[in-house]
Design a protein around this ligand. Structure first.
Ligand code: ZN
Length: 546
């Protein structure tokens, strides 16, 4: 009899574990497609002017978010304020029209904009490169876990380094080299600049290649001749005087002036390659104008019932590109409906779900709407450098940059698959709904390093980044891919990223938000912290070994 009772009891316990409680299910149902759609319409309306930092569009967006969070009863997330000020500096550069390169044979001139482009993160009024040595440093990578060091045995202090974009795994397709075709952080140009600065280089030029960069030279050129935003405080992190891009054909010109040829680029793929001093001298300069400004992150929280100091942070960037050059239809407002009014509105629905729980989660839930993602992930970088909640107490980050406004999908894409245990939790939640987790359809683009969660990852905080699936219910993957490609080519970062009330049904959003909610709820109720997986670039940071 006792045995039977134990068996029955354990069955009851078993079922109560796997069946979602009605409290959780009610919370999921509290998220409202109509309010989601309504909030996207407001955020992406012309009166919000494309939500560019420092404009009236920012003022309206920040006020709107603060009002929404307060109305839902969320507490201010930064002391007694919903706001974290983000001091930034706008840096405009005016480059010399040429860069002169001196070899033993004579002088070669490269044309600014067409053949190369420099910019700076420094605030000095003039940046000049005066007969600096030129080094070809392969991929410009120092990765002890892959036993790779392009800078070994060479001193690049005061010199300009030229480095290849992406990482050795990309070109060779060799899966034993880095992550094969999937881009690691070492492949991103932002990493190349950081490493060159750590090595003491004066300048760093990334060698452009369309396939390896995943975009054409014209996209690299968008960085030249325009003002750029940076954080006003750099926290002692070294930066090069000048960074930028150079075309592959210009590099070949320089190689031949130095007595080499294009096979150098191939040699850099081999383990054991060492940076080479080209014995060339580079000279150019640029004038710099600076302006200091401040923008805002919005932070709201629901204090945990048992472990209030341990937090799960949901993030989404509220900003977009503002008002700019008119598109073909004469429209000049970059509404950013999908990118990222959807993610921002999703924060509000998730807040509603957590608030509707009768039993509050043990850990604290934080909603963080960050600024200036479009200017280089600056709001999240500022937060990561000035965390309101310490990194070691931050359990996880769940970032949303684009939430599916269309119909339901069977899948969601896991960006950066293999990074952390949170993706296994997402996989499980998807499976409970009869759905599945799919790999990132474009791993070579390095998307894991291109939105706000990356700044959390860099501090060792495990971060989840999912994207809309492509396996559209009843229509299949080909159709889903087509929708995605159409968005990328016709609407991404264009004035036509607007809401279409007829096709934006929010059915897909509700389905995906349920997954985001349940993963966060699970994390908020656990005793343990999720881990990075072996092979992740961020594991050693979390474990205090890097
Ligand atoms: Zn975005």
């Amino acid at each position: 009899m006792l045995k039977l009772i134990t068996a029955l009891l354990s069955m009851v316990l078993f079922y109560s574990c796997i069946l979602p409680s009605s409290d959780d299910a009610d919370a999921v149902n509290a998220m409202n497609p109509d309010s989601m759609k309504h909030n996207i319409m407001i955020l992406a309306s012309d009166s919000f002017m494309g939500r560019k930092p420092f404009t009236e569009g920012e003022t309206r967006t920040v006020a709107f978010l603060q009002e929404k969070f307060a109305a839902l009863g969320l507490e201010p997330g930064n002391g007694n304020s919903y706001i974290q000020e983000v001091p930034m500096v706008s840096i405009a550069t005016e480059s010399d029209p040429f860069m002169k390169v001196q070899s033993s044979k004579g002088t070669t001139s490269l044309k600014f904009f067409d053949e190369y482009g420099f910019w700076t993160a420094k605030t000095d009024s003039v940046i000049s490169i005066d007969n600096a040595g030129l080094v070809f440093a392969g991929y410009g990578v120092v990765a002890p876990e892959y036993n790779w060091n392009d800078y070994e045995g060479i001193d690049v202090k005061g010199k300009v380094v030229m480095v290849m974009v992406n990482d050795p795994g990309f070109w060779t397709g060799d899966t034993t080299l880095f992550k094969g075709k999937e881009m690691t952080y070492y492949g991103r140009w932002t990493y190349k600049f950081e490493e060159a600065a750590r090595q003491g280089a004066k300048g760093c030029l990334v060698i452009h290649n369309t396939a390896a960069a995943s975009y054409p030279w014209s996209v690299a050129q968008n960085n030249f001749n325009q003002s750029r935003l940076n954080l006003a405080e750099t926290h002692g992190v070294p930066v090069c005087d000048a960074v930028g891009w150079i075309t592959e054909s210009s590099v070949n010109k320089l190689f031949s002036a130095a007595g080499f040829d294009s096979t150098l680029l191939v040699k850099a793929n081999k383990p054991g390659f060492r940076a080479m001093d080209l014995n060339l001298k580079v000279s150019t300069k640029m004038k710099v104008k600076t302006e200091f400004k401040s923008s805002k992150n919005v932070i709201a929280k629901i204090t945990g019932s048992k472990k209030p100091d341990e937090v799960i942070i949901y993030s989404a960037h509220w900003d977009h590109l503002g008002i700019g050059k008119a598109g073909a239809d004469g429209d000049s407002i970059y509404n950013g409906a999908l990118d990222n009014a959807t993610g921002t509105a999703a924060l509000i629905e998730l807040a509603r779900a957590f608030q509707s729980l009768k039993e509050k989660p043990s850990r604290t839930i934080v909603m963080l709407a960050v600024t200036a993602e479009e200017q280089g992930l600056l709001g999240s970088e500022y937060y990561a450098n000035n965390p309101v909640y310490p990194a070691e107490k931050t359990v996880a980050n769940i970032n949303m940059d684009g939430v599916n406004p269309f119909g339901k999908t069977l899948d969601m894409s896991v960006v950066g698959q293999g990074q952390s245990e949170i993706e296994d939790m997402a996989k499980l939640e998807l499976e409970k709904d009869g759905r599945y987790a799919a790999p990132d359809p474009k791993p070579e683009a390095g998307s894991y390093y291109r939105s706000d969660h990356f700044n959390f990852a860099k501090k060792g905080i495990p971060a989840l980044y999912l994207k809309t699936g492509i396996d559209v219910v009843g229509k299949g993957k080909e159709y889903g891919k087509q929708i995605r490609e159409e968005y990328n080519s016709k609407h991404y970062h264009q004035t036509s990223d607007e809401i279409d009330p007829a096709t934006w049904t929010m059915e897909g959003a509700m389905q995906d938000l349920s997954v985001y909610f349940r993963v966060g709820l699970k994390l908020a109720g656990e005793e343990t912290f999720p881990q990075w997986k072996p092979g992740s670039e961020f594991k050693a940071i979390r474990e205090g070994k890097k």
